[in-house]
Write a protein that binds this ligand. Structure first.
Ligand code: FES
Length: 172
């Protein structure tokens, strides 16, 4: 504990204060601002670099995921039938519908509302999401009812030698 300051002149008090806190205000501020600025530049640079790296990773990953993939023999799905598969990744549900004679459509099976799995309601001939009663049109993937904000992403199909292929992934 410091000695009582009674009887000390202002100059003596200032000298004592400098001994206890040996920092000059102007120098202290100068260093702090410079350090803060340096830190901000480094942090901004690091953030910029990591964002760029993530964007490149996402781009290359997306490009890897799509592409040609055999789904099923067309003859194995009767008219009015459905075939569940995964596309573009192994964890991405997708649905193939045989609407009419040799007319197939495929959609992402992930609901555009909160990502529940969509299924084919054969009785009502609609694609349904059980979570919040989302309903999608089988011909277009358009939303017919419920809260989904967008249609189901469509997956393009090709048929070659009786086999159906998915040829592109649904847009993100
Ligand atoms: S998650 Fe499909 S309707 Fe909500």
């Amino acid at each position: 504990m410091s000695e009582p300051e009674e009887g000390l002149s202002n100059r003596a008090r200032a000298d004592r204060w400098r001994v206890e806190f040996p920092y000059r205000w102007d120098a202290d501020e100068l260093v702090s601002r410079r350090q803060l600025l340096r830190w901000s530049v480094w942090a901004s640079g690091a953030l910029f670099a990591s964002t760029g790296a993530l964007a490149v990773l996402a781009y290359t990953r997306e490009r890897r995921r799509g592409g040609l993939r055999a789904i099923v023999d067309a003859a194995a799905v009767p008219v009015g039938g459905v075939h569940y598969f995964t596309y573009p990744g192994p964890d991405d549900p997708a649905i193939l519908l045989h609407l009419s004679d040799r007319r197939f459509v495929a959609y992402s099976g992930t609901c555009t509302h909160l990502s529940c799995a969509v299924y084919w309601d054969a009785e009502r001939r609609r694609l349904r999401c059980p979570c919040h009663e989302g309903v999608f049109h089988p011909e277009t993937g358009d939303v017919l009812a419920g809260p989904p904000p967008r249609p189901l992403p469509r997956i393009a199909l090709r048929e070659r030698d009786g086999v159906l292929y998915a040829v592109e992934e649904p847009p993100a």
